[in-house]
Design a protein around this ligand. Structure first.
Ligand code: ZN
Length: 137
């Protein structure tokens, strides 16, 4: 594994099942037991019906590019070698919007509405990141 020197997420008890999923090459979301809505980011209560009960379920890990920006200045100096890079919001097929990066795509080829799918990158023993890339479907 290449040494990752950039900032990493800090899972909480609420978000740990999500990170357990990426480690196993899945995008897992909470699905409300009461109404079936998927939640992201992880929440105690359903945004639709306020129920607390839920299950963690695998998703398609696919969606559409909802919006994006091209970063020409890094969020922190740790990302300076990645410039320019794409910060995006993907609308998952299950409904939630997800903040992520788009990789493996020329910037000129980006298009709102394009199909994308998750890829996985082991940044540490505990954290697997999930940039999206144009879908091969
Ligand atoms: Zn609900």
């Amino acid at each position: 594994m290449t040494e990752w020197t950039k900032p990493l997420p800090h899972p909480t008890p609420l978000s740990q099942p999500f990170w357990d999923g990426t480690k196993e090459r899945e995008i897992r979301l909470q699905r409300c037991d009461a109404c079936g809505a998927h939640r992201f980011p992880p929440l105690v209560l359903c945004r639709v019906c306020l129920a607390e009960e839920h299950q963690w379920v695998p998703t398609s890990a696919r969606g559409t590019l909802y919006s994006y920006v091209i970063q020409h200045r890094p969020a922190t100096p740790a990302f300076i070698d990645d410039l320019p890079y794409v910060v995006a919001i993907v609308e998952l097929d299950e409904g939630p919007l997800m903040l992520t990066n788009i990789v493996g795509c020329e910037i000129d080829a980006l298009e709102v509405g394009m199909r994308v799918e998750a890829t996985y990158f082991d940044a540490s023993d505990d954290i697997t990141l999930y940039p999206f890339t144009p879908s091969k479907e």
